[in-house]
Design a binder for this molecule. Structure first.
Ligand code: 13P
Ligand code: SF4
Length: 347
């Protein structure tokens, strides 16, 4: 039963104390996040993992790329675990290393040595390593503008992996016109561009988040028609046209803070992951809040971390027979760390 599972999780947490650290991403289910020692967005969880010096076991309640990042940033004698190894990320899977290497070769041919690669942290460790090796950096949705601005102090143009929407929305906010942004299609291995090649400033990898792509301009129109006074706030993983029509766009943290600071009685439609939207609704009974898409969108892979997996994972660790450790190979970790460090020193 649920209460029995909760008691098992609580028991291991009490017995292991500070030897255990349990970070949880805001998209996690309530049944899991209630046990998190720290909650955060991708940036905060990466920072906390890097800072934690005492836990020997870090049980990451989030998805695979976040656990990899935690492993890269923690010390040798700290082990990171993912309660369910199937908790991947469809966006991260949209850029694999072979595809990226082939794209890089083709782009270098066309643009000489004028491109700096950036990758959203929502990417595999292998992609972070590729980017780190080529003098680039990671970004999160909280610091994407700052990092893209930095990238342009280094090179004339950027390759932004793997989320075309975050890349496009970020570059647009920095004043780069849409026609100067090209899209690299990794399946067709072709560059789709409107302006002459030499004017291309941003090359967007053709990847997306299957959760945030579900928010459409039709959803925005529906809300505008039905609730003329309602404010619309969305995550920058949403399509450009949705962000353009929204009142506000920002990272997970930005959305949470914006709603917290909003006056009682204000009305909001939020375009982001369902578990987080439901939690924001529950935390603000004095505000009228709905999901921008009435057919709410959970992140299915985030949801794979549930109470049974968490209890099982914790107990195997306590017994000294652990499963599901995330260990990034040293050759990859070293280069990925360079990409992460270039971000963290500016975050
Ligand atoms: P942030 O936590 O950086 O807002 O990213 C959202 C997300 O999609 C995490 O998978
Ligand atoms: Fe990946 Fe999107 Fe889920 Fe985040 S919300 S883990 S980007 S699929």
């Amino acid at each position: 039963s649920k209460s029995e599972l909760e008691a098992r999780v609580q028991g291991v947490k009490e017995r292991m104390g500070k030897r255990l650290f349990l970070p949880g991403h805001h998209y996690q289910k309530d049944e899991v996040i209630q046990f998190a020692d720290a909650r955060g967005d991708s940036l905060k969880l990466a920072q906390l993992s890097a800072e934690n010096q005492e836990a020997e076991a870090i049980v990451f309640c989030g998805v695979h790329f976040m656990a990899e990042t935690a492993d890269i940033l923690t010390k040798q004698d700290q082990t990171v675990y993912l309660p369910d190894m199937r908790a991947g990320c469809s966006m991260a899977d949209m850029a694999d290393l072979q595809q990226t290497e082939r794209a890089w070769e083709a782009l270098m041919d066309r643009f000489d040595d004028t491109i700096l690669p950036l990758t959203y942290v929502n990417s595999t460790a292998a992609i972070k390593a590729f980017v780190g090796k080529h003098s680039g950096a990671t970004v999160t949705s909280s610091n994407a503008e700052k990092m893209v601005r930095w990238a342009f102090t280094q090179k004339e143009r950027i390759l932004f992996l793997p989320d075309q929407h975050l890349g496009r929305n970020t570059a647009f906010n920095l004043g780069i016109p849409l026609e100067y942004m090209a899209v690299w299609d990794p399946l067709m291995e072709e560059l789709i561009h409107e302006c002459p090649l030499e004017e291309v400033k941003v090359i967007l990898w053709k990847g997306h988040c299957s959760v945030h792509e579900n928010f459409t301009t039709a959803n925005v129109k529906q809300v505008r028609d039905q609730y003329p006074d309602m404010k619309i706030i969305v995550h920058p993983e949403c399509r450009r046209e949705v962000v353009a029509l929204a009142d506000e766009a920002g990272s997970t943290n930005y959305i949470i803070q914006k709603i917290q600071a909003a006056p009682a009685g204000s009305a909001w439609a939020i375009g982001t992951e369902m578990n987080l939207v439901n939690r924001i609704i529950a935390d603000h009974p004095d505000k009228y809040i709905i999901s921008l898409n009435p057919n709410m969108c959970p992140c299915l892979t985030m949801n794979r971390i549930d109470l049974p997996h968490l209890a099982w994972c914790l107990e195997t660790i306590e017994k000294g027979e652990p499963h599901n450790s995330i260990e990034v190979r040293a050759a990859i970790a070293d280069n990925a760390k360079k990409a992460l460090a270039r971000m963290l020193e500016r975050a």
